[in-house]
Design a protein around this ligand. Structure first.
Ligand code: 13P
Ligand code: SF4
Length: 312
């Protein structure tokens, strides 16, 4: 009964969202880690690279962003003429908060001419101080594209160590940031999960610690992991990234089996995005995310340089 009530509410809210989006000429973009009902409401669901590209390509005047703060900022950097609204203003990224513009400025002074490669999980002010950006989908290609033999990579030390392993000809200086949702995975637990399901392919996001990546069969961005589930001939998988990816994965692969760690991998910030938030955002066109022009122009250079790097 309660389930049905929720379902009815969900269907009603989805109709309201579709109606308002049309009225506002808005496009709804959502990251894979958002709750399933938000996937259903969105016009486009993607990883951070795909969402930036879609924001730039889409012709809608209004972007309702379901994700976290830095993602909406990236859309604002790329499309200053559009109204970018973050569905839930409280949705931030703790990893992005692990590097401030002031700390990066100080570190740059210490390292003098070393170029800075910054993960898109960062503020616009930090991007503005960086030479180039990357996402988990293009980090290796971006690192290889740089001329300098030494690079400072912020803020994710796990992503930096993963890239360093694949591009040994460069010296990567790491920053001590990490994603709490991925970093907390316990090697003992994952090894036991692997032993319990020896036929399962282990798919991990590069934000996991090196010791976890060392026992993975495949390492990729959220969209990379989703694609792998479809393309692999394996029938069982252990998924080591935020559980939001399971909604598209299970829909696309009804005959395959998916295992996850016992303590669920949940990003509390991504889960803040709700259908009610989307309705409110469409009704009020707030909260608007707008990057100040001086910062935007500098950050744009770093983001555009990244987008110009051909994928491997
Ligand atoms: P993707 O770029 O793989 O979508 O990851 C974004 C993110 O926040 C991972 O925690
Ligand atoms: Fe940030 Fe981690 Fe959440 Fe991704 S999963 S948005 S890196 S806290």
């Amino acid at each position: 009964m309660t389930d049905n009530l929720f379902k009815t509410n969900e269907e009603e809210l989805l109709k309201t969202v579709a109606h308002l989006a049309k009225e506002r000429q808005a496009v709804i973009l959502a990251h894979y880690y958002c709750p399933p009902e938000v996937h259903r409401a969105a016009h486009f669901v993607g990883d951070s690279l795909g969402l930036s590209q879609e924001a730039a390509r889409n012709e809608a005047k209004v972007i309702i962003f379901c994700g976290v703060h830095f993602m909406a900022e990236t859309a604002s950097i790329l499309c200053p003429e559009k109204t970018v609204v973050l569905a839930d203003f409280e949705a931030g990224c703790p990893m992005a908060d692990m590097v401030s513009a002031k700390d990066l400025e100080d570190r740059k002074k210490e390292l003098s001419a070393v170029p800075v490669l910054t993960y898109v999980n960062s503020s616009a002010a930090v991007k503005a101080l960086s030479d180039i950006c990357c996402t988990s989908a293009n980090v290796v290609a971006v690192l290889r594209s740089l001329d300098s033999p030494t690079i400072l990579m912020t803020p994710d030390k796990n992503l930096a160590q993963y890239a360093q392993k694949l591009v040994p000809e460069k010296k990567v200086i790491t920053w001590p940031g990490f994603c709490p949702t991925h970093h907390r995975l316990n090697l003992k637990e994952i090894t036991a999960l692997k032993e319990a399901h020896p036929k399962a392919e282990v798919l991990a996001h590069p934000e996991c610690q090196p010791k976890i990546l060392a026992i993975a069969d495949f390492i990729g961005s959220t969209s990379g992991i989703i694609k792998r589930c479809q393309e692999s001939s394996s029938k069982e998988f252990i998924i080591l990234t935020e559980e939001g990816v399971l909604y598209p994965i299970k829909k696309q692969n009804p005959d395959k089996i998916f295992y996850t760690p016992q303590t669920p991998m949940v990003c509390p910030n991504m889960k803040k995005n709700s259908l009610i938030d989307i309705v409110k955002a469409l009704e009020t066109l707030t909260p608007i995310i707008k990057v100040p022009e001086e910062i935007r122009l500098k950050a744009l250079r770093a983001v555009e340089k990244m987008l110009a790097v051909p994928r491997d």
